[in-house]
Each structure stands twice: as C-alpha cells, then as structure tokens.
Ligand binder design. Structure first.
Ligand SMILES: N[C@@H](CCC(=O)N[C@@H](CS)C(=O)NCC(=O)O)C(=O)O
Length: 227
C-alpha cells in the first residue's frame, strides 16, 4: 500500500507482532530492515524518544511502540478485528499485553543479557514466575478457548506468540524450557496450536534466526573488545 512503511528487524518479536497484525488485515506495506548498530536517519527522526523498531510510517506519520501500532492497525484498516470487540474482553487483553511487556519480556530478555550465571538464574526464575501467571490467566479468563482470541488468533496471541521463536532458541542455547508442558500444560498446548497456525507459519521466524542474531552480536562484541 502506498504510504505505509515498516521499519523493522527480522529477529525482533516486537516487529513480528506488527507484521502479523498487518497480515491479519490483509494490508501490504514496504518493509525496511534496520541495522541497530547504525540506525537510519529515518528511524532516528521517526522515533526520537526510544530510537527503537518497530516504527510504522503511515502517510508520512510515524507510530511507535509495537502494542500501540497493533492497536492503530486494528482501528485504521478494515478486516477482522484483532482486539476483542467486547469492552471487558478488550480491557482484559490489554491488561495481559501490558503484563507481557512489563514483566515477562524484561525477564526473558534479561536471560539473554545476563553477564553472569547467577544473574541468568535470577532472570530464569522471574521468567517462570511470569509464565506461571499467564498459565493462570489462560485457566481463568480463557478457559476452553483454542486461542486467547477465541477460535482464531487475536491480539494477545500475537503479543505472546511473537516471543515463541526466542523461547525455542533459549531451549537450544541455554537448555531453558520456558514453556514446559508439565509445568504449564495449557500454555504449552496453546503454543503448539499457535505454531501450527497459518499466521505463525507465514510470519514468525525460525528459532535459527534468533540463534544467529545472538551469535552475530556476540561476535561483534568480541571483535570490538579485541580492538
Ligand atoms: N517497547 C518497544 C520495544 C521495542 C524494542 O525493544 N526494539 C528493539 C529491537 S527488539 C530495538 O529497536 N532496540 C534498539 C535499541 O535499543 O537501541 C515496542 O514494543 O515496540
């Protein structure tokens, strides 16, 4: 679509959310991959506050922050609703999306950034605690539903589902199983359904993408340290 451009990063779960939302609405757009070590002028100008991807630029106007962008896409483009239409269900979905971004994401990203084993162990504990709360949410608020969105994928599914390829990468890299079927059976079953969905198959990268990203960053850091 003319006038719609996404600044992104293939390995970013936050970008994957936006790509899934645009796809659910059947909207086409121009995609530009950013190099976070050498951010484009357009990114710096479009998101001067955080200087992060994703940024969606719609008719020259930037929209920043993945959850805000997904809600914007839902409001602006025709097609199936992404957020629930019922106000209470919408509020509940927003509550859990905020929980994912405020509690779960900092914990699992902390596993990646940890400089020492004890710090990593602390972040693993925090991640399991947050995942445990998501399991309770599934049991209480989403009982009997295939997805958080009901019979099909919706807002919370893309918010959490966009992180799953990183969780698989963690299983391979650190032997940490964030979604373990004996500890969080409902989430594990949901993750399996999500992974098999057409939306996920089309737009969620393989775990290899995350592993390669980590290896590339580690190699760049080692090269910088050796200078
Ligand atoms: N809360 C933001 C997080 C976005 C984010 O952390 N993006 C990362 C890539 S995964 C980024 O652009 N980092 C650049 C930087 O920190 O300099 C959102 O939901 O959009």
């Amino acid at each position: 679509m003319a006038g719609l451009k996404l600044l992104g990063l293939v390995a970013s779960p936050f970008v994957v959310r936006v790509r899934m939302a645009l796809s659910m609405k059947g909207v086409s757009y121009e995609y530009a991959e950013e190099d976070l070590k050498n951010k484009s002028e357009l990114l710096l100008k479009s998101n001067p506050v955080h200087q992060k991807v994703p940024v969606l630029i719609h008719n020259g106007k930037p929209i920043c922050e993945s959850l805000v962008i997904v809600q914007y896409v839902d409001e602006v483009f025709a097609g199936p609703p992404i957020l629930p239409t019922d106000p209470y269900e919408r509020a509940t979905a927003r509550f859990w999306a905020a929980f994912i971004d405020d509690k779960l994401c900092p914990a699992w990203i902390g596993i990646l950034r940890a400089k020492a084993e004890d710090e990593r162990a602390e972040k693993v504990t925090e991640t399991f605690a947050a995942i445990g709360q998501m399991e309770e949410a599934l049991a209480k608020s989403y009982e009997g539903k295939a997805f958080f969105g009901g019979e099909s994928i919706g807002y919370l599914d893309i918010v959490l589902g966009s992180c799953l390829f990183w969780f698989e990468a963690f299983r391979r890299m650190y032997k940490v199983e964030i979604i373990n079927s004996s500890k969080v059976p409902l989430l594990a079953a949901w993750a399996e359904r999500f992974g098999k969905s057409a939306e996920a198959k089309e737009l969620v990268p393989e775990a290899d993408e995350a592993v390669q990203y980590v290896n590339k960053r580690a190699a760049a850091a080692a090269a910088a340290a050796a200078k």
